[in-house]
Design a protein around this ligand. Structure first.
Ligand SMILES: C[S@@+](CC[C@H](N)C(=O)[O-])C[C@H]1O[C@@H](n2cnc3c(N)ncnc32)[C@H](O)[C@@H]1O
Length: 408
């Protein structure tokens, strides 16, 4: 638990200064987080930190699970081998939002909303202040959040969404529950949107990749008075390279690398973890077979494997994959051996990749602070918080802001 002294120090820290610290850390430590043990059996850092590699490889299943789900404990563990990494703990700390309690919400406002989604929406709602103006819900799906805000705050909500089915379903629900909510079939990446941002409080819950980046651009362009943004899926977007909002950053990122920021196991169910482990072991088993037959030690990248192929058993899975990838298989493949090799590699990958995992929140915060610093530089008073614990949703960071003359 962070001390309140440290918490208030961080919440006062200008976001640009925080961004520069994250940028320096990520650039200096790139050799530790960039190589993927899935693709490279022994990343170069293994030679530089053999004791860390050994300690990771020796972790039993229970410790592996504990470190995979508790980032603070993982950072503390890794820092005993690389002390400089202890700086991560304070760099990724964010204040939690103050929550309003005991507010009554009529059950019909969450009718039909899947359980976890409702918990996320209600946690977000409990940490929001009424902006006292009409609301635009950005990429709102069926407009569940907008429905709640409209009813609780007695504000008109305009929900922007590009799926005709969701717009239709949302409009039906708004009608049924008699809320002051209107749906607009809008592609926020291509259609003009400034009229929906001017004089509105814009709120985006889990707008993926380009959708939240577009909102930041449009807020600045339109001079929107206030906003609440909860980003997710940073890796989804049209560009192969990430273009920062802030000038002068040293870190250059491909979209592929952005996946690290969303690489989570905290919300995975037990059977999902079992399936993921088997998928990984089989892919690695096939990868090794491929390399052996091609006489190569280079990682060969494959298109995603259809889920149904796992029902074929390891041999059938590899045969289908080999056919798709144009690899001819000899008659005498020792399937048991390659399957066991895959399992061994999976065991090692899960452990060695824990070092990369220490950096996933650092990368996420770099992306968040890039947006926060840019909004600040454009005259917004910005605050960045966590609105719920990471088990409810790992994408639990809010960026809120209002234009400086706006005293709401
Ligand atoms: C991850 S969902 C979030 C939905 C909702 N905010 C929530 O939290 O339940 C992202 C939504 O963005 C919509 N979307 C995707 N691309 C869009 C675009 N170009 N313009 C408008 N909406 C878009 C999707 O249809 C989807 O409903």
């Amino acid at each position: 638990m962070q001390s309140s002294r440290l918490q208030s120090k961080i919440s006062r820290m200008p976001y640009d200064a925080h961004l520069q610290q994250l940028d320096t850390l990520l650039v200096e430590t790139r050799p530790l987080w960039q190589p993927e043990p899935f693709k490279k059996e022994r990343p170069d850092w293994v030679e530089q930190y053999p004791e860390l590699a050994q300690a990771l490889l020796e972790l039993d299943e229970e410790s592996l699970d504990a470190y995979a789900t508790d980032n603070d404990a993982l950072i503390a563990f890794v820092s005993t081998f690389i002390p400089e990494l202890s700086a991560i703990a304070s760099l990724v700390m964010l204040p939690e939002t103050a929550k309003r309690k005991n507010e009554t919400i009529a059950p019909r406002l969450h009718a039909g909303i899947p359980g976890r989604k409702w918990l996320q929406i209600s946690a977000l709602y409990a940490s929001l202040q009424n902006p006292q103006r009409a609301i635009t819900e950005w990429c709102g799906g069926k407009g569940y959040l907008g429905r709640l805000l409209s009813r609780q705050w007695q504000q008109r909500v305009t929900t922007l969404e590009n799926s005709p089915q969701l717009v239709e379903a949302g409009a039906r629900l708004a009608d049924k529950y008699r809320v002051d909510q209107y749906f607009k079939l809008v592609d926020v990446l291509h259609d003009p949107v400034c009229k929906y941002l001017n004089n509105h409080h814009t709120i985006a819950l889990h707008a993926c990749g380009d959708l939240h980046r577009q909102l930041v651009t449009r807020i600045i362009e339109s001079g929107a008075p206030s906003f609440t943004l909860v980003p997710c899926c940073y890796h989804l977007g049209r560009e192969q390279e990430y273009s920062p909002f802030t000038d002068g950053l040293k870190l250059k990122l491909s979209r592929e690398v952005l996946r690290l920021a969303v690489n989570e196991t905290v919300t995975a169910h037990h059977n999902e973890i079992g399936q993921r482990n088997r998928d990984m072991a089989w892919k690695l088993g096939f990868q090794q077979l491929w390399q052996e037959l091609c006489g190569s030690s280079e990682y060969h990248s494959f298109k995603p494997v259809p889920k149904a192929w796992v029902h074929e058993g390891f041999k059938g899975y590899c045969q289908k994959l080999a056919q798709r990838e144009g690899l001819s298989l000899p008659a005498d493949v020792d399937w048991e051996k390659w399957e066991a090799n895959g399992e061994q590699r999976q065991h090692e990958v899960m452990r060695l990749q824990l070092l990369r995992q220490c950096f996933k929140r650092v990368l996420e915060l770099w992306l968040i602070m890039d947006m926060a610093a840019s909004l600040e530089a454009n005259g917004y008073k910005v605050s960045v918080h966590e609105f719920c614990n990471r088990e409810l949703t790992p994408r639990n960071i809010i960026i809120e802001g209002h234009s400086s003359p706006d005293l709401s």
